[in-house]
Design a protein around this ligand. Structure first.
Ligand code: ZN
Length: 326
């Protein structure tokens, strides 16, 4: 490397050093400047977004848009300046603090997906919350990247003092003798087995703490449940409210800020009922666009806050501008 190239290189590193996203996310060590969470208020509630890490999905197809012409899909990705080789899924965990409760919505991957995820408990501590202080956990659905953090690698319960809320439909699906994947496009039998095993392991371990809810349940004075089936049978959108203010946690209704917004019908291979998921996605994105509601997304880019806008036959994700984590 010649001197000019070296200088350019170090200038670039210095510039990247200001916004080193990995450092922000993998908050660790003694550096109190790096905490890796985002804090904001919703009415009387204090909300934090904490990262559990991320999951790299590659290739784009057939994870997304299975069966759609790759030329058409690549053209859409290209037009939106998105990678044609991978989709990087954030794992954004919402923490809701009311006067008396500390509520987690979903728990990340735990020890199920390697070192790129499973950072929730460490980052909770950085945000000033000990796992023992979590009073409630609301599970949007029982996939391993949402329920996996309920137990650690040894099977011990991570949040020993928390009540865990789960949809009755979701519970019954995963605990049934043979969960039905006949309407899914998942072809990997090993993946199906793993997903079922992690759901069962965690539901069983948490049985003494488990509270099953029905569609439209209102819990903890600040949460309303709305069933949005398809991704899984009991997959829920979680409305967090305080006074007149609301935020809609859309869980796994969407996994890409480009493909399933522009073409909700292109779908996601991991959906348990592919067509029902398309229907729920289109219906709820339409409602969110019409109501101009604040939306929180588990898998869209950090910290997952934004709005949904109608765009042609589809939709557009408008990310809310956010300063660096607190
Ligand atoms: Zn997920």
């Amino acid at each position: 490397m010649d001197r000019r190239t070296a200088l350019k290189h170090s200038a670039l590193i210095a510039l990247l050093g200001i916004i080193d996203v990995k450092k922000l996310f993998a908050a660790s060590g003694n550096n109190s400047e790096i905490r890796g969470f985002h804090k904001f208020n919703l009415g009387k509630l204090e909300l934090r977004v904490i990262t559990d890490g991320h999951i790299l999905m590659k290739p784009v197809q057939p994870n997304f848009a299975p069966g759609i012409s790759s030329t058409v899909v690549e053209k859409t990705l290209d037009a939106n300046f998105a990678s044609k080789s991978e989709v990087d899924l954030s794992i954004n965990i919402l923490v809701v603090q009311s006067a008396s409760r500390t509520i987690l919505i979903d728990t990340g991957c735990g020890a199920n997906f390697g070192k790129d995820s499973g950072w929730l408990t460490e980052n909770l501590v950085h945000a000033g919350i000990k796992p023992s202080e979590v009073t409630d956990v609301v599970i949007s659905h029982a996939h391993p990247d949402h329920i996996g953090g309920l137990t650690d690698k040894d099977g011990q319960v991570t949040f020993p003092n928390a009540r865990v809320y789960l949809s009755r439909i979701e519970h019954d699906f995963w605990m049934s003798n043979s969960p039905d994947f006949s309407k899914s496009k998942i072809t990997d039998e090993g993946l199906k087995k793993m997903v079922v095993a992690v759901a069962r392991k965690n539901i069983t371990a948490l049985k003494p703490q488990l509270h099953l809810f029905e569609d439209r349940a209102e819990i903890l004075d600040c949460i309303r449940i709305k069933l949005a089936p398809g991704h899984t049978p009991g997959h829920c959108v979680v409305q967090v409210f305080s006074g007149q203010e609301s935020l809609y946690h859309v869980a796994d209704l969407v996994h890409s800020q480009v493909l399933v917004f522009e073409h909700p019908e292109w779908g996601f291979e991991g959906d348990t009922d592919f067509e029902l998921a398309v229907k729920s996605r289109r219906k709820i994105l339409n409602e969110l666009a019409l109501s101009r509601a604040l939306v929180f997304s588990y898998h869209l880019p950090w910290p997952g806050l934004g709005h949904v806008k109608k765009q042609g036959e589809g939709f557009e994700w408008i990310q809310q501008p956010t300063v660096l984590p607190d």
